[in-house]
Design a protein around this ligand. Structure first.
Ligand SMILES: Cc1cc2nc3c(=O)[nH]c(=O)nc-3n(C[C@H](O)[C@H](O)[C@H](O)COP(=O)(O)OP(=O)(O)OC[C@H]3O[C@@H](n4cnc5c(N)ncnc54)[C@H](O)[C@@H]3O)c2cc1C
Length: 388
């Protein structure tokens, strides 16, 4: 008989000492440094650079980067904890950190050559922000139908095309850009390139004016014969589809964490508000109808947390997690929308005005069902796995 350590036998939500300290320190940072700026960042649609610098100092911008490259040398699960803790206060900061870690750094670690790792990981841990550019105006869900092309130029590459809705586009210096080098081969022509701000032929275009996560930048990218050295191909030529699929499978656990944090934040605000707000001579939380609505929301949030943590732990254990990742993103984004909607209802008129924080969370929740695979696409993935 094998013996299991107490940690192995514990609940999915049981954190190791190190995980708990990390999660708590990120949440304390968010509460202290981010919370006072949330409304202003939403109104101005901008994250101040000094706050971004503090995120680097905190160590959440290079969570899985090994110590040797200046990172925190932690796990994917730590990234999920950080995204959850930050999104509990501001989902815009949550997605900045999420894209940096679960998409860009993750792809560099998995697919980067030693040369790429040496050139980019120390910078990513110290101050460089990354972005992940797959979508285009004509290819969102059907991402591999992209029109961006790359052609060989004396051993190097020239990329031409337009990317749309790219998170962190305004702040990023390093962009993973997907382009097709051989359209006749279909998705087998797709290749991932590292494009750096300042390269000739590359410009960041318009920044979108959005419903929610307004402080997170979402930009168009324009590439016109953008010369990219051969050494900047990430993974193999023609295997970019694998880079995209595999990083997005993991990235969507991060979006699950963002939506989980958002739902928890909405619930926190609502528990506090319903205890303070008096109607008919008592706190509204005393009405059984309200208590039960909050109990249901707390159950939703706990179920989302179990799905998100399970998917992240499976990923770190090297076990299959495709279905679980799709389920956690699907469910957590629906829970975020339901919980934020309840939060607005239970704040009454105050839920509808900007002086209170929940109307923003209600707006922020919507994106969870759209990016990194819409709800319908998650259902397709789950159905394929479950039904064969
Ligand atoms: C704020 C924001 C940030 C983003 N960040 C990034 C980023 O950093 N990098 C990046 O590459 N992209 C990013 N995106 C793009 C995002 O991933 C796409 O918007 C998303 O994948 C959906 O694509 P689409 O908008 O073209 O919608 P469409 O694909 O046109 O979908 C429209 C509707 O049709 C449904 N639909 C489509 N195909 C099917 C099908 N086969 N079966 C059933 N229903 C279907 C969808 O579910 C959806 O409801 C971002 C988008 C936003 C809004």
């Amino acid at each position: 008989m094998t013996t299991q350590s107490p940690t192995e036998l514990a609940a999915l939500t049981t954190l190791s000492e190190d995980e708990r300290l990390f999660r708590d320190s990120v949440y304390e940072f968010a509460d202290r440094e981010i919370r006072p700026l949330v409304r202003e960042m939403d109104e101005h649609a901008k994250i101040p650079r000094p706050l971004i610098d503090k995120l680097f100092e905190l160590g959440v911008m290079g969570i899985e980067i090994p110590d040797g490259y200046g990172g925190a040398g932690a796990t994917f699960f730590h990234s999920v904890l950080a995204v959850e803790a930050l999104s509990r206060v501001d989902p815009s900061i949550g997605v900045l950190v999420d894209v940096q870690n679960t998409l860009v750094i993750n792809a560099l670690l998995r697919w980067g050559t030693d040369d790429i790792k040496r050139r980019h990981l120390p910078k990513m841990a110290a101050g460089t922000i990354g972005a992940y550019a797959l979508s285009e105006a004509g290819s969102g869900s059907d991402a591999f139908a992209m029109a961006t092309r790359a052609a060989e130029r004396g051993g190097d590459w020239a990329i031409t095309g337009r990317k749309l809705w790219i998170t962190n586009g305004n702040e990023a210096d390093l962009f993973i850009v997907f382009a097709n080098v051989n359209p006749e081969a279909g998705y087998r022509g797709i290749t991932a390139f590292l494009v750096e701000r300042g390269m000739a032929g590359f410009t960041v275009g318009k920044k979108e004016d959005k419903l929610g996560i307004r402080a997170s930048s979402t930009c168009e990218l324009l590439l016109e014969e953008c010369k990219v050295p051969r050494a900047n191909v990430l993974g193999e030529v023609g295997k970019g589809y694998k880079v995209a699929i595999e990083t997005l499978n993991e990235g969507r656990i991060g979006i699950g964490a963002q939506m989980l944090g958002l739902a928890q934040g909405a619930l926190d605000h609502t528990i506090r508000y319903t205890r303070d707000r008096k109607q008919f001579g008592k706190a509204i939380v005393e009405f059984q109808a309200v208590k039960h609505q909050l109990a249901r929301a707390a159950t939703d949030v706990e179920a989302a947390r179990l799905l998100v943590y399970n998917a992240a732990r499976l990923r770190d254990a090297g076990l299959p997690f495709l279905t679980e990742a799709a389920m956690c993103k699907l469910f957590a984004s629906e829970v975020a929308e339901r919980t934020a909607s309840l939060a607005v209802n239970l704040h009454g008129g105050n839920g509808f005005v900007k002086e209170y924080p929940v109307e923003k969370l209600y707006r922020d929740a919507k994106i969870g069902q759209i990016y990194e695979g819409t709800t319908n696409l998650q259902l397709e993935t789950i159905a394929k796995q479950v039904l064969g």
